[in-house]
Design a protein around this ligand. Structure first.
Ligand code: EPU
Length: 348
């Protein structure tokens, strides 16, 4: 981690105001912020640090696709909205692309595919922002964010300075990074740089991609993979603009080989994936589905009828409704399989 050059524009002011967050979280939970600011420019970051010092807490919102918000959020809420994408380097072995933290993740991936900057296409249609991607080290269809990560610039809210971070500073693991463990509100991710290896090689190992008809003939392009991933996600996952959801609500649990072998003997269809360290990742969606939860409802919260790992807001749900359903699912999976599921979104 190293100090980045200081912000070179004049500091800009920020005026907090009460704000409705219902449309700023993809679960669509009714939520009110007491004090809310939008960050459109890095020049506002010093003013944010001043405000945060005087507030009880700071909640940083990107696309709001991985949070469970309470009905009232006290303290300061900052929505990151800086935009911008640029190609920094086009070398024979790697392309270096930079995107601002407030860019829509999917919009950025689509722009890369349009420009022929291949390598992120397996991560199409993941809701949220570029700045949120490193926080939970997003991944899908055989590609994890960290495999394409080069470095990032973050604002240290407490110290009021910009820092540069490389992969080891971010301490990535499955759906996890240092940003999830540091004090909430410590970091604002200002921009992220991606290293896209050349020559490009398609990543087609994920079973859903192998089965997809778009990818069955000849060597597919990055655009073909992008389109196939969009098809698969649209078929399985609810569109947050229509049905409130936060993607996978639980992480896939990682267990020892002994635990996995014992479960596989007792439950023959068990879906598990060997990990590089000898442990196994279990498909949480399968465990939840087998407990009979797919399509079930509890009050205003429900389990998606095509992917049991996704909890949905059936209309008017609040955080307590979602967490009551999550708790009931955790208890039944624990009782049947002895495995505790861990929520993936940040529960505020
Ligand atoms: N399964 C079931 N029933 C279900 C859901 C899944 O039996 O209701 C089985 C599937 O048949 C499959 C296995 O479980 O054999 C895995 O399912 P899937 O391929 O849908 O992936 P996942 O493990 O449930 C993960 C990510 C997703 C990502 C997909 C594709 C996590 C927590 N989730 O889901 O990410 O899109 O793989 O790579 O790692 C997200 O993080 O929000 C997210 C959507």
């Amino acid at each position: 981690m190293s100090t980045a050059p200081a912000i070179n524009t004049a500091p800009a002011a920020l005026t907090p105001a009460a704000h409705d967050l219902s449309r700023l979280n993809t679960l669509g939970l009714a939520s009110q912020a007491e004090a809310f600011v939008t960050l459109d420019d890095a020049a506002q970051l010093p003013a944010l640090s001043d405000l945060a010092r005087r507030a009880d807490s700071l909640l940083v919102l990107g696309g709001g696709s991985n949070v469970v918000l309470p009905e009232r959020v006290s303290g300061l809420v900052a929505k990151v909205a800086f935009g911008g994408v640029q190609l920094l380097q086009d070398a024979p072995d790697v392309r270096l692309v930079e995107a601002a933290g407030g860019e829509s993740w999917h919009g950025f991936v689509e722009h890369c595919v349009d420009q022929g900057w291949d390598g992120l296409e397996n991560l199409a249609l993941i809701p949220g922002t570029v700045g949120a991607a490193p926080v939970q080290n997003i991944g899908a269809y055989g590609v994890e964010f960290e495999q394409r990560f080069h470095s990032l610039t973050a604002w240290d809210v407490t110290a009021a300075r910009l820092v540069e971070m490389g992969p080891s500073d971010c301490r990535f693991s499955y759906r996890d990074s240092t940003f999830k463990h540091d004090a909430p509100g410590r970091w604002i991710i200002v921009s992220v740089r991606f290293a896209l290896p050349r020559p490009w090689r398609p990543v087609l190992g994920y079973p859903d991609l192998q089965r997809h008809e778009r990818l069955a003939h000849g060597v597919p392009s990055a655009r073909d993979i992008f389109d196939a991933v969009c098809d698969i996600r649209r078929a399985k996952l609810p569109d947050p603009a229509v049905t409130g959801n936060a993607g996978s609500f639980f992480k896939n649990p990682i267990v020892t080989a002994d635990v996995r072998d014992d479960l596989a003997e007792r439950f023959p269809g068990l879906v598990s994936y060997a990990q590089p360290d000898g442990r196994y990742k279990l498909a949480a969606g399968w465990l939840i589905d087998q407990c009979g939860w797919k399509g079930q409802v509890l009050g205003a919260a429900g389990v998606h009828d095509r992917q049991a790992l996704v909890l949905v807001n059936r209309g008017g749900a609040n955080a307590a409704d979602i967490m009551a359903l999550a708790g009931a699912i955790q208890a039944s999976v624990q009782a049947r399989y002895g495995v505790m599921l861990e929520p993936e979104p940040v529960v505020v």
